[in-house]
Design a protein around this ligand. Structure first.
Ligand SMILES: NC(=O)c1ccc[n+]([C@@H]2O[C@H](COP(=O)([O-])OP(=O)(O)OC[C@H]3O[C@@H](n4cnc5c(N)ncnc54)[C@H](OP(=O)(O)O)[C@@H]3O)[C@@H](O)[C@H]2O)c1
Length: 325
């Protein structure tokens, strides 16, 4: 199958591309050229900002995609720019579980709902969740609800992704713990760490994308992906410590003194736990076992540490928190 992948060179899309290539699909990657794995696969690249794809319509026609995977749509206009250029073929688009009202509640420190979120749970009442926050990698008009609406009207499968982790995760989700282990820290300040936040390993998420493409059973549907049996945050931290072969301890301190990067371990009024039953039923998709997946991810991140350094200020912040145990 000829698959046009929007994005596909950095984290989640990168793994999807590798899996498509490995099974013999022909891939055309549409991306700007800022992220270029090297060395990598012999796949075709169309280097352009997706918002200017109309100017490269001839190359898209020549490739004649039989399917599209959109891994890089963050705004409604990101989708508006590509739909007129793309043929009406099966499509899978990566969305986010930040569309749920429960996500807004967690960030605002209020309670919204109990129990796992399904695809029918209320979505955010307020649009543009990151507006005004000054995040470099997130446009002011970031809104996955706008992305979903446009792609659903084209009959695409919308996959709502959880907190994602694994090899090549540029957000380095485990680094809150691993950075302390690399610095030789033996005590890690934490709050109660009871938050339940569904996670997903890149390999399982890529399997979900391929299942949605192949089965076609979910065309025009929204599906949550994520691990089943999400342990509380504290237990996840313990899995990371164990996977790193460390004997560091998590030390309970007062919520008020937690360093900012471990603030989510404080008492939280809202969980972000999703049900993935629909994806399991419709796609026959099943995620891996979380502890095994965490161990795989930790191995990769230990072998590929980031450039960041642990500073004296970091030590001082942790020591100040640990003094309030
Ligand atoms: N990571 C998570 O935890 C998470 C959670 C929920 C949902 N998601 C969603 O999953 C998708 C993939 O996430 P990710 O973290 O794997 O993304 P990523 O690593 O940042 O990859 C983005 C890809 O899109 C390309 N790209 C970015 N802006 C572009 C533009 N304007 N025009 C053309 N290409 C562009 C990038 O290549 P170039 O830089 O070379 O253009 C890269 O290949 C995203 O839609 C994200 O919102 C991710």
């Amino acid at each position: 199958m000829r698959v046009l992948v929007l994005g596909g060179t950095r984290f989640l899309g990168r793994r999807v591309t590798e899996r498509l290539h490995a099974r013999g699909d022909e891939v055309l990657l549409v991306h700007r050229g800022r992220h270029e794995p090297h060395p990598w696969l012999p796949v075709a690249h169309l280097r352009t900002d997706r918002r200017e794809l109309a100017a490269r319509a001839e190359r898209v026609r020549e490739f004649a995609p039989q399917a599209v995977v959109d891994t890089s749509a963050l705004t409604g206009s990101d989708v508006d720019a590509v739909l007129p250029v793309l043929p009406r073929v099966p499509a899978v688009v990566l969305s986010s579980q930040d569309v749920y009202e429960a996500f807004a509640a967690l960030r605002a420190g209020r309670h919204h709902s109990d129990g796992p979120l399904t695809e029918d749970s209320p979505v955010r009442a307020e649009r543009y969740p990151y507006r005004g926050l000054g995040y470099d990698s997130v446009p002011e008009d970031y809104e996955k609800l706008d992305v979903e609406q446009r792609w659903l009207a084209r009959g695409a499968v919308v996959l709502r992704l959880p907190l994602s982790y694994g090899p090549h995760d540029w957000q380095r989700r485990e680094d809150v713990v691993l950075r302390r282990l690399r610095a030789g820290r033996r005590s890690i300040p934490v709050g109660p760490g009871e938050l339940l936040w569904t996670r997903g390993h890149v390999e399982d998420l890529a399997t979900g994308v391929l299942a949605a493409l192949d089965r076609r059973a979910a065309d025009g549907m929204v599906l949550n992906l994520g691990e089943t049996g999400t342990p509380p945050l504290r237990q996840w931290f313990e899995q990371i410590v164990a996977a790193a072969g460390s004997d560091a301890r998590l030390v309970r301190v007062a919520d008020e003194v937690l360093p900012p990067d471990v603030a989510l371990t404080a008492q939280q009024p809202q969980h972000l736990l999703v049900s993935v039953e629909r994806a399991r039923a419709v796609l026959g998709w099943n995620p891996g076992e979380p502890a095994t997946r965490v161990a795989e991810s930790v191995r990769w991140h230990l072998a590929h540490p980031p450039d960041t350094t642990w500073t004296d200020a970091d030590t001082a912040a942790d020591e100040a928190a640990l003094a309030h145990r």
